[in-house]
Design a protein around this ligand. Sequence first.
Ligand code: SAJ
Length: 413
Amino acid sequence: STVCVVGLGYIGLPTAAILAARGFDVVGVDINDSTVEAVNRGEIPFVEPDLGQYVSDAVAAGKLSAVGKAEAADAFVVAVPTPFKGDHEPDLSYIESAAKSLASQLQGGELVILESTSPPGATHRMAQWILEARPDLSLDGADGKPVIHVAHCPERVLPGRVMVELVTNDRIVGGLTPRAAEIARDLYRSFCEGEILLTDAVTAEMAKLVENSFRDVNIAFANELSVIADRLEIDVWELIELANHHPRVNILQPGPGVGGHCIAVDPWFIVDAAPKEARLIRTAREVNDDKPAWVVEKVRSAVAGIEKPVIVTLGLAFKPDIDDLRESPARKIVADLADEFDGSEILAVEPHVEELPKELANRRNVTLSGLKSGVRRADVVVLLVDHTEFKEADVDEIGLHEAKLVDTRGVWG
Ligand code: SAJ
């Protein structure tokens, strides 16, 4: 049977590729021409282990192709972005245009799955957009109209392990009707070896948001501890290591803030849906979002008294050993340092990229640097990402001890 995947990003493309590998005839849809062209050449537009092989095999086998507009299919998977608008309000406009574009392709009997991380109620809203465009269809066969089965199946794969976790993770499938959930389950069964758990759409939407909020709140706890420990002049890494010997304590690791496209975003959808009640979740977001400014403050005190200090920052990615700079606190810290230390040199070390992101490349006082050549010239070294390359560096050989150190990840203590 045929599947149309709308949105060929970090989630849509892997999902399209794995469905094609399991024998479905898959058409991927993206508004970005260069993505469409890359996929049709059998190439991928971003880095993700094993995905390239899947895509090139599927395209070569004639099982996967990409186009600019939705086409008729037995099942539709919507995997488009759900960013913010205004003050942390979810922006459903990509879901709305996906719904409108696929609505014209429906005949009745199709499955429509929303995979995008969504605020509570978004799946219902998507179904309304479809039915507004297609009043001849229904969700439950009322008035004898042909049925469209709509479900929400949030993805929970970890970037860098997507092709593994798509298969091994358990999956939550929330239907607007119980029948829709069952039909969606059958599609996921084709590649998912984990448990597939059925519920309603709103609970499925919330489950995804709650998972990432759980992590955000726990990281906020660690980040707050690091600020408290600094005030009390104790070593937070030792503190956490010791506390974690307790059989029921498992504190996460502090860092320069929380990045990525999910954990720093999803909790706000809960806050937006229940602003009065979501107190802890909101505060956790604020604690994590305040951490970059605190790191800048630490650098400020480290360079006090040095005229035109050379500041070397290690890492720009949002977490170790990836090239993904989206929503990265490291990147924000480097930009803020560049603003604040206008006459100084900032040497940014990021072994996973070949060029600086635009907003940093545009500044005359920021350059991309090698690790050793940068650290040699440093008055202060600011460790922002615990890349393996940094952890394994020989501190004597790179001359680390000759500079002051602000270590936000506890790599060098
Ligand atoms: N971080 C810390 N300290 C920690 C752990 C993480 O500061 O102890 C920071 C990281 O450096 C990074 C951020 O948190 O900046 C997020 O990294 P992450 O590895 O925790 O998560 P993501 O954003 O790569 O992926 C998350 C995952 N969700 C959970 O683990 C609950 C993933 O399973 C989801 O699929 C993904 O969000 C998503 O797409 O929602």
